[in-house]
Design a protein around this ligand. Structure first.
Ligand code: FKS
Ligand code: ZN
Length: 343
């Protein structure tokens, strides 16, 4: 299987986040992608290609144009204002406030276009976001042109980003962009299978009222796990999309047996939908040693995930999302891909 990767991800570095009242180095860091890339080379998964540069048309098919146009302006505005730290959102229009009026300053707009403070900007952030988008689209093109599967080694990740919001380390929803791109290229139906530990709230929001993209999520129960405010089992889709969104929330401590039951049910529903292509939002933060998550999958489980996805017999695009146990992130992520290839 071919991988698409860009070194530009590395400019998105030095992020900080708030954990238990302390500002600590961000978990979503450059070494994640580098370790996965090294494991791909070590395992001889296949060629590693540079992405082709795309314009932002495909991004604006799933995100609002004003949101996409805002992203590259953040750091230049921040710098011009003489600010030196990361640009982190801090005020949000929640219930009781006006979320429909775009405010006039950068700090306010950071809140207007986000749902948490988890997506922050440094100097290299926009170039990394753009490269991650190019990586996703280039890998999608490989699948469209006949590869059975391809791996988009995206960083930053994307599945928390909605039509007009960033959050949870995500800015452009690479998996959603790819799913829509496949539709625009003539696919009748596309499925998104999100196996990241966290609910892909952005992907769900983007496709919630649509029947042409089935969205399936396996994740920590939002009653107790981030992103908290979406991802319940009773969210089935709306209007024409009714029945085309499926959530499998699971409790802390979930290990392979129960997780696999959800995967099996998800795969059966996915197969019944009979899509032309499947986009896998691939997170390996379901791992037992993940520092921010609470599932109990082991390294031996990841190839089984890949093997089950292969049994769908569909053209498959793997898009990298989360995973924070960096020592094992290469083994686990690439384990899914080698398992897909039957080894
Ligand atoms: C406060 C705790 C916030 C945020 C977890 C984000 C998870 C991101 C992810 C993605 F795939 F997008 F990367 N925790 N410090 O793993 O879902
Ligand atoms: Zn995650």
């Amino acid at each position: 299987m071919k991988t698409v990767f860009s070194p530009l991800h590395a400019g998105h570095s030095g992020q900080m986040e708030l954990v238990a009242g302390a500002i600590v180095p961000g978990f979503e860091k450059p070494s994640r992608a580098e370790i996965i890339k090294a494991r791909i080379e070590n395992q001889k998964l296949g060629d590693i290609l540079a992405p082709e540069v795309h314009d932002l048309t495909a991004a604006k098919r799933v995100h609002t144009a004003d949101y996409i146009d805002f992203l590259p302006t953040v750091w230049p505005q921040w710098e011009a204002a003489g600010k030196t730290g990361s640009a982190i959102p801090f005020a949000w229009p929640t219930r009781g406030l006006r979320g429909d009026v775009r405010p006039g300053t950068l700090e306010a707009q950071l809140g207007y276009y986000s749902f948490d403070g988890g997506a922050s900007f440094v100097k290299g952030t926009w170039d990394a976001i753009k490269s991650s988008y190019d990586v996703g689209l280039t890998a999608a093109q490989l699948v469209k042109s006949g590869e059975r599967a391809a791996f988009a080694l995206c960083r930053p990740p994307g599945h928390h980003a909605g039509a007009a919001f960033m959050g949870g380390y995500c800015f452009i929803n690479n998996a959603a962009v790819a799913a829509q791109w496949f539709r625009d290229q003539g696919a009748k139906r596309v499925a998104v299978l999100d196996v990241d530990y966290h609910h892909g709230n952005g992907t769900q929001e983007i496709f919630y009222a649509r029947a042409d993209v089935q969205v399936i999520n396996l994740h920590g129960d939002p009653m107790t796990e981030y992103p908290f405010f979406l991802g319940h089992a009773d969210e089935h889709g709306a209007g024409e999309g009714e029945g085309f969104n499926l959530n499998y929330p699971m409790p802390f401590g979930t290990a392979w047996e129960k997780w696999n039951e959800a995967l099996e049910d998800a795969c059966q529903k996915l197969a019944a939908y009979a899509p032309d292509v499947v986009v896998v939002s691939l997170g390996v933060d379901t791992f037992e040693k993940d520092p921010i998550s609470h599932f109990k999958l082991t390294s031996a489980d990841y190839p089984k995930i890949g093997a089950r996805i292969a049994r769908l017999g569909l053209p498959s695009l793997f898009v990298m999302e989360g995973g924070y146990a960096v020592d094992e992130i290469g083994v686990n992520a690439v384990g899914v891909l080698t398992g897909f290839e039957g080894r």
